[in-house]
Design a protein around this ligand. Structure first.
Ligand SMILES: Cc1cc2nc3c(=O)[nH]c(=O)nc-3n(C[C@H](O)[C@H](O)[C@H](O)COP(=O)(O)OP(=O)(O)OC[C@H]3O[C@@H](n4cnc5c(N)ncnc54)[C@H](O)[C@@H]3O)c2cc1C
Length: 458
């Protein structure tokens, strides 16, 4: 535990709120959306700005305290919360300023996607973020950031122009194309390994309204849909992003496609017609809508405090045998809340960036497999986790070892190597330069090779 006198001294100069075990607000502050995570930091420091973040880093360094960093808290593995250490909580840092003339936005790391989209859409602008509005912009962006605009405008990282980073030695650095370029490269895909990002500047684009939504068919049609969808998606223009997903709709197992077309509405309507005419849908929610509506479409399927377990890797290809394997698991999950299997289509601008241009290496795969299990009753955890693994094992012959780091829950070094792929060695060199003691270790971790004794937590 951290000595009381140290906490008292820290609190005397810290501007934000802080919470220790037993104090009012502590349990709320340590709670993250995935109910599988139940960790107890020794102190939670809810920062109001960069100076508070620097104070946290200095405190932890001086007293050798384990550190976790919380943005939106949506890491499925619960990397935002630690046991026995200091949780640097950025959730109150929600400043955002759009510059409509330059088409850029400066945003603080406590913002959630929905809050970010709302502010940029006030100017008719947007940039790539994910598809569930409660997720944090910082965690999502630092890992890559796939979403409805990725094919037209690149991943979230491809739109980052500049970032402010508090490094492990408590310095505040600006990282962009002309300052600390190596750090700028590393934070775009290297997760929180190099410091606490206290501000992100993104490029914006004119977006909305869009044509999209989702169309669902009976689960028994999954194989036919996947065959059809493979051809349909392979010809997608950059304006169209879609994903095929298994879901339960009002108690009925269903399989369908969610789509977002960000070009002219009439073109989108025409392009998406085949999706709804393929057979008789059980639900057709395709139509013109605002960008905020499409961005909020999945929110009801991810309520907070459900138990969550996921497995994900890129598919080598969406061949007939992979489709056969996927179809076998559709509608078979033990929980009706589960969304599995599902496949995201990655294409367009995000895949035209060189794998070494940013720290995120996976620019060449088209299909990303996911088994995302969600359930309510802790007594059902073993059954749901087992099923998720079985589903992933069933797909394994068709998966590559590489995975999108933001979707990885396995903490092993081997998995990290695969997720960082061809950039791993360069990232280790950068970690040696900016964080040789692995001060920032609760993330999709890159282990430095010049390691020093780890900080303490329980
Ligand atoms: C319901 C749901 C939907 C999702 N949808 C998408 C999607 O559409 N597209 C997509 O690409 N991903 C998606 N993801 C994955 C998501 O990108 C990751 O889970 C991401 O890490 C969440 O970020 P966060 O800030 O909410 O989480 P946190 O748990 O707060 O942070 C995640 C990691 O990032 C680090 N981190 C956070 N903020 C900072 C910071 N400012 N500086 C340094 N390190 C920081 C944390 O320490 C932690 O290691 C989804 C996840 C969930 C649970």
């Amino acid at each position: 535990m951290i000595p009381e006198s140290v906490v008292k001294n820290f609190r005397s100069s810290f501007r934000g709120q802080s919470f220790c075990p037993g104090e009012n607000g502590y349990d709320d502050a340590r709670t993250v959306p995935n109910a599988m995570i139940d960790r107890r930091p020794a102190i939670i420091a809810r920062c109001t700005g960069t100076a508070d973040v620097i104070a946290c880093v200095r405190l932890a360094r001086e007293h050798n305290i384990l550190v976790s960093v919380r943005g939106g808290g949506h890491s499925i593995a619960g990397r935002a919360v630690c046991d026995g250490g200091l949780m640097i909580d950025l959730s109150a840092m929600k400043g955002i300023r759009v510059d409509p003339a330059k088409r850029t936005v400066r945003a603080e790391p406590g913002l959630k996607l929905g809050e970010f989209d709302r502010e940029t859409q006030a100017f008719g602008l947007a940039t790539t973020q994910g598809v569930v509005p409660t997720v944090g912009i910082a965690g999502l962006t630092l890992g890559g950031g796939w979403g409805n605009l990725h094919a037209k405008y690149g991943l979230a990282i491809d739109n980052v122009v500049s970032a402010d980073v508090v490094t492990a030695d408590g310095r505040l650095l600006t990282a962009n194309a002309s300052e600390n370029e190596d750090l700028f490269w590393g934070i775009r895909g290297g997760s929180g390994n190099f410091g606490v990002v206290t501000s992100l500047e993104y490029r914006l684009h004119e977006v909305g309204p869009i044509y999209g939504g989702a169309v669902f068919y009976p689960a028994a049609k999954a194989k036919e849909i996947l065959h059809f969808w493979r051809e349909f998606s392979s010809e997608s223009p950059d304006e169209l992003v879609n994903q095929a997903t298994s879901i339960t709709l009002e108690g009925t197992p269903a399989f369908g496609v969610a789509a977002c077309y960000c070009g002219a509405l009439a073109d989108g309507e025409k392009l998406l017609q085949p999706l709804r005419k393929f057979a008789t849908p059980i639900a057709d929610m395709l139509g013109p809508m605002s960008y905020l509506q499409i961005q909020g479409m999945f929110e009801p399927f991810f309520p907070p405090r459900r138990l969550v377990y996921t497995k994900s890797n890129f598919l080598r290809d969406l061949g007939d045998d992979a489709i056969e394997a996927l179809a076998q698991y559709v509608g078979k999950s033990p929980s009706p809340c589960t969304i599995a299997p599902f496949v995201e289509h990655w294409h367009g601008a995000a895949t035209r960036v060189a794998p070494t241009a940013t720290a995120f290496p996976h620019r060449q795969y088209s299909w990303n497999f996911f088994a995302w299990s969600i359930w309510r009753d802790p007594a059902e955890s073993e059954r749901n986790i087992r099923w998720t693994r079985e589903c992933w094992e069933g797909l394994r012959p068709f998966l590559v070892a590489g995975a999108y780091g933001n979707y990885v829950t396995d903490e092993s070094e081997a998995v990290a190597r695969e997720a960082y792929g061809c950039n791993y060695d360069r990232l280790v060199a950068l970690k040696n330069k900016y964080d040789a003691t692995n001060f920032f270790c609760l993330n999709h971790n890159i282990k430095p090779t010049q390691s020093a004794p780890a900080a303490t937590g329980s």
